[in-house]
Design a protein around this ligand. Sequence first.
Ligand SMILES: Cc1ncc(COP(=O)(O)O)c(C=O)c1O
Length: 439
Amino acid sequence: MKNASLAMNGGPRAVRALKPGPTKLGREELAELIDLWAFSPANRRKLLAILWSEKNLHGPHLFRYYNPRPSKVLAAERLFAKFIGVEHTLAVNSCTSALIASFRALGIGMGDEVIVPGYTFFATAATVCACNAIPVIADVDDTLTLDPKDVERKITKRTKAIAVVHMRGAPAQMDEIMKLARRHKLAVVEDVAQACGGSYKGRMLGAIGSTGCFSFDFYKILNCGEGGFVTTNREWLYTRAQSWHDTAACWRPNRYASERREGELFCGENYRMSELQGAVALAQIRKAGKFLKGYRANRDRILTALRLPEGVALRRLADPAGDTGVCIVLFLPDVERTQWALKALKAEGVPAGGVYDSEVKDWHIYRYWEHVMERKAVAPDGLPWSGVPKSELPRYRPEMCPRTLDYLSRAILVDVKWSYSAADCRGIAAGINKVLREV
Ligand SMILES: Cc1ncc(COP(=O)(O)O)c(C=O)c1O
């Protein structure tokens, strides 16, 4: 018997229309954000009064996919693609995530080797291990970036990629690295965490290798608290990186479609960027030109006023025009004079620091990467180290990259800020000149 009262049989609907209730995110959340910015108490009160006077406030949708309003993350991706000059960008929650997504997109896994520099933030090597692959550590030279000659010596039958790091704001020797990669059929992952906006012979860093990996953490040229981007010109790598960063391509545009070709779908992790980070990243990318202009102008102001005595050298730049200007690196003749100069510079108020004095740990120097040096594993399976016959594992030793340690022990890094005044730059240069005259 047909029940005429059922809506499916023409009866009245039990639920007429569900009214959209208040959103979960509202005034209180925005008030917390206002609190993060240091407003004067009077303006803070005014802002909060406006906030509470708003009727029918609709809170934001902080998930990038299916946002009914235009996504800030998508806008940041598009603007960043334009800025770097690449076809594809993928916003992620850190450069660590960008590196893992890149290695995964390239199909790097158990038994593979990736060459990394002995001077880089530990994440470049740790992310290789996170993919169950083996980091092979190569020397840096007087550019403080990978020494192409040592990279060539470190290539084995297991090598799949070179993770080249544009360290301390300056480009690595990309012609030589790319030539090696082509000759040995290797992928090149550019770690641009410290050099966003830098370039090499007219091409933006992050647009030269297979992928580029950027950090937007609090310390970087552009920042949104925590965040990062993968850049690439290869659609397939973008698709696979998107899959890895999105649990398993859960939210791609045609989310339930079968894979178009083998290798498109696999289980991944969640590295998605939220709309909060996306909004801040978007504003930061718009300011990139202003920041870079400031860094470079202040670097030039300091450099022109420097009078370097014999025996003190500036870091060699693979392409001076592509340096971001965030840092000036000086090499002194020996460790003793470097240590003395560091103390003297500190006393002068010059924002300078050393790198390696063999006592203070620094996660940027390979010899302190205990996790790698002692082949630590997260699980009883012993991966990544158990993925390669013991006799074929690299022999990690504290002194294995002597040139790296030599350069780092004689290096002085002078911090350049985009916001320095001309007088700040004059003072910094005067302080350096005063100290270097005495070394
Ligand atoms: C060279 C380099 N690579 C990778 C990272 C990791 O970046 P994130 O903190 O965004 O994961 C950093 C951060 O300091 C870095 O300096």
